[in-house]
Design a protein around this ligand. Structure first.
Ligand code: HAM
Length: 431
């Protein structure tokens, strides 16, 4: 019997990986243009970290977290998300003092033991961003602009950003009670899960996908009608600033989030073409979390996108590396053993300048090598046969123009000459 992968854990094969990398690169550029610095966080954390942040009554912690005992008895968990780790790192590193306003981004795999389906896996990747130290509405608005700009850069189709306010410690408890009371009055129409949620986490009643629950909750009280004055004016100002910045968002008073740390602004990014799992990203404000994890009182807001879902929802990116020359694939075709040494030396020099080079086996005939060049989509083929080696030159064939573009170069200057030839063709023509 073959050994197969674990359910919900998938291989990202080369084509998909290349698309993911291009997505991440596009996102990175936007994040850096907003002043975010990259941080790398561990995949394993103490289980307690997620219980105290994401919430012990959340589905993510209660049902989906890969949590187990380490050999020394400590309970550790594969991270289901990045915010808790980012906050822990921000406190533990002392950056809360050294950098009281900080913008950090990260990417990498996350783990949730959910039921696998299209766009939902047990191991998936996120790119996330956390903005610490600002509690003013302009910080929320800037975050929403960043979210919209990442969607645009990545080419997400049919983006809709749903925004809501989840209130704060002053106004949410009373709303929670009102919602639970409503739920209790309609308990007979709720699914078993929701009946449990009723007492433990009533906000999640608004999020159940079950049609019966949706109908039962249709007339439920909404947080937006129970906001205290400071939360209400914060929310209105966020919406005003976002509109002023030219970003359109959709106020959705029924939107709640699956993680417990949020307060005030919360949002989800929906996209076309994803089926049931239509959120490509989500986030919000989590002002109490830094203090709850042992740090100072500090406001924060952030978000994360699912990379697999961004890929499913976006148009294929025109891969645009910073150095366009670097993308032109060159195949070096040495014909015969004599050419192998110079061919290797040439390949190295080209690679050092950032050109992607593939080298054929010197034992193969030119015809077979040219066929391979077509197959891999090489832009140039550098032919090194006996004649070329004897003359100290190389033939550079332009595969797009179907001609020997650059005549023969002296082998001494070959790398530089090929680079010049690539550059003279211009970035648009290169693949
Ligand atoms: P989240 O909404 O749980 O938020 O996840 C963010 C995104 O990760 C989702 O919108 C989705 O695209 C992707 N995602 C989640 N679960 C899966 C899955 N099982 N398979 C594939 N993709 C998935 C958070 O994780 C928060 N930490 C975001 C945040 C950052 N809030 C503040 N700062």
């Amino acid at each position: 019997m073959n050994v197969t992968s674990i359910k919900g854990f998938r291989d990202v094969l080369p084509q998909e990986k290349a698309r993911q990398r291009a997505l991440l690169e596009a996102a990175r550029r936007v994040l850096e243009s907003y002043g975010y610095d990259e941080i790398e966080l561990p995949l394993l954390e103490k289980g307690e970290l997620f219980r105290r942040s994401v919430g012990s009554t959340s589905d993510i912690v209660e049902k989906e977290m890969y949590s187990f005992e380490d050999r020394d008895g400590a309970v550790i968990a594969l991270r289901p998300e990045g915010t808790a780790s980012a906050v822990r790192a921000y406190i533990e590193s002392g950056l809360t003092r050294a950098l009281p306003v900080a913008r950090l981004w990260y990417s990498g795999p996350m783990f949730r033991r959910e039921r696998p389906q299209k766009g939902r896996y047990r191991q998936f990747s996120q790119v996330g961003a956390e903005f610490f130290g600002r509690d003013d509405p302009a910080a929320d608005a800037e975050t929403l602009c960043l979210v919209a700009d990442i969607c645009a850069a990545v080419g997400v189709r049919g983006t809709r950003i749903d925004v809501n306010s989840l209130g704060d410690a002053a106004c949410r408890p009373a709303y929670r009670d009102a919602l639970a009371a409503y739920g209790r009055a309609h308990a007979s129409r709720l699914c078993d899960d929701c009946r449990t949620r009723l007492e433990r986490n009533p906000l999640r009643l608004l999020d159940c996908k079950n049609e019966g629950c949706k109908a039962a909750m249709a007339a439920a009280p909404l947080m937006i009608d129970h906001l205290c004055d400071p939360c209400r004016s914060h929310h209105n100002e966020v919406l005003r600033l976002v509109a002023a910045a030219g970003v359109s968002v959709c106020a959705n008073p029924r939107m709640v989030r699956g993680l417990d740390y949020y307060c005030r602004t919360a949002f989800e990014v929906m996209a076309e073409g994803l089926g049931a799992q239509d959120a490509v990203g989500g986030g919000g404000r989590y002002d109490g979390l830094v203090a709850a994890l042992g740090g100072p009182e500090m406001a924060a807001i952030g978000f994360a996108f699912g990379i697999e879902r961004l890929d499913l929802a976006s148009m294929p990116l025109q891969d645009e590396p910073e150095n366009p020359v670097a993308r032109a694939l060159v195949l070096i075709a040495p014909i015969g053993e004599i050419a192998a040494g110079p061919a290797l030396a040439l390949a190295r020099r080209l690679r050092q300048t950032g050109v992607r080079v593939e080298m054929e086996s010197p034992g193969r005939r030119l015809k077979a090598q040219m066929k391979h060049a077509d197959k891999i989509g090489a832009r140039f083929v550098v032919i090194l046969g006996d004649t070329e080696i004897a003359a100290g030159k190389a033939t550079v064939r332009d595969m797009q123009a179907q001609r020997d573009h650059a005549s023969l170069f002296d082998l001494v200057d070959d790398a530089a000459a090929i680079m010049t030839a690539l550059e003279s063709i211009g970035p648009n023509e290169q693949r």
